[in-house]
Write a protein that binds this ligand. Structure first.
Ligand code: SAH
Length: 229
């Protein structure tokens, strides 16, 4: 059992990029309810350099800057002196691609640190010495690790017990089981002649459950047959 809010420490050069994603809706509520604590750290505060620089030219030449080890090391060690981290995660396109099962697993731990890269990436020694897990959000490249970090935190926080209310339960979501989610409808029952499936208006719960299961199965077969293998 977790004793306190699940804590996320995110290290970034662009804290402003992370102001929006956690200040709304479910993520905001999770923090207000004391179930999650999300703290963003400005890497530049840990630069010993008078220009507060956090990057330098790559050894061996080539294009793009590389994020230096000293500011990351200072920030990581400062945080580690305060609590024990279950994982120090580096967001990286060459990491393990994020999926629901990883999100479920992470939603059960206490403290997570997340490092956001920029430019060409971070000095490999940071990865070798401090990072315990590398996560990609898909086979494409973004300019920085902030949006990927926000994606990771969102998908994990909504799975922390107590965060979602019953009516938004994650249990029937796609990837939570082996099936994609079924189609959903709301009022009006008829719009420009297009009707909501009769069964959903029937009030017969057993029939509705069966219909949803069939739809989910059909959708999974059509779109993601790999999930059924
Ligand atoms: N040169 C690197 C890409 C650097 S992109 C490479 O080819 O692997 C700059 C930063 O953005 C990365 O260090 C990482 O923190 C983040 N990033 C970019 N794409 C990402 C993805 N798909 N998943 C997670 N993080 C990503």
């Amino acid at each position: 059992m977790r004793m306190a809010a699940m804590r996320f420490d995110i290290i970034t050069v662009l804290p402003g990029l992370l102001e929006g994603p956690f200040a709304h809706s479910i993520l905001q509520r999770a923090q207000k309810k004391g179930l999650a604590e999300i703290v963003v750290h400005n890497l530049r505060d840990y630069s010993a350099n008078k220009h507060r620089s956090v990057d330098d030219y790559p050894y061996g030449g080539g294009s793009g800057m590389v994020m230096s080890i000293e500011p990351f090391a200072a920030c990581i060690e400062h945080l580690k002196a305060q609590r024990v981290y279950d994982d120090v995660i580096f967001m990286s396109p060459d990491g393990q691609v994020l999926n629901q099962s990883t999100a479920n697993q992470l939603s059960g731990v206490q403290n997570i640190m997340i490092l956001c890269g920029h430019y060409k990436g971070i000095d490999q020694r940071i990865r070798d010495l401090y990072v315990t897990r590398e996560v990609s959000i898909g086979d494409y490249v973004l300019s920085g690790g902030e949006l990927p970090a926000a994606v990771l935190v969102d998908t994990v926080v909504r799975l922390i017990p107590g965060v979602l209310s019953d009516e938004t339960s994650a249990l029937s979501d796609s990837f939570q089981g082996e099936l994609l989610d079924a189609p959903v409808y709301t009022r009006p029952a008829v719009w420009r002649g297009v009707k909501v499936p009769d069964v959903l208006l029937s009030g017969n719960e057993a029939m509705i459950d069966e219909w949803r299961y069939d739809q989910a199965l059909e959708r999974t077969r059509a779109r993601r047959p790999d999930l059924l293998e």
